[in-house]
Design a protein around this ligand. Sequence first.
Ligand code: HEC
Length: 117
Amino acid sequence: MKNTAMPYLYIFAFGIVAIFFMSFIGLNNMEEISAEKEGGGEATEEVAASPEEIYNKSCIACHGDQYQGGVGPALTGLTKSPEELKAILVDGTPNGMPGGLIPGQEDAVAEWLTTLK
Ligand code: HEC
């Protein structure tokens, strides 16, 4: 009798251990998920980034750290209107200005570009 019951006891004990184990894994995942949510908060901060920050991320490589130009032309003293500049930022140009670099930020950055001296 004792011998036939033993395997069930082992399975029972194993099941309890497994449940403990899984709940610890679950706790770990919960912490990871909430950490990811905090990371997601940073992403929304990016949306609210200032034009300078956007420039430093997406434009500086071609237009220079002082807007003096490089691969692209200097961006100081632009005579184009914010609307024209926005169109350049959205669509790019055939001569090497890539469009769509800063989706949703074009208005703010176009306004800001007109203030560069
Ligand atoms: C891969 C290099 C590259 C990157 C990155 C880049 N540009 Fe340009 N940009 C150019 C080039 C090249 C031109 C000139 C295009 C032409 O003459 O048609 C240009 C032209 C422009 C113009 C028009 C200037 C004028 O006098 O008409 C503006 C405004 C501009 N870029 C803004 C930006 C902004 C803002 C960013 C970042 C979101 C950016 N660019 C990122 C290469 C780049």
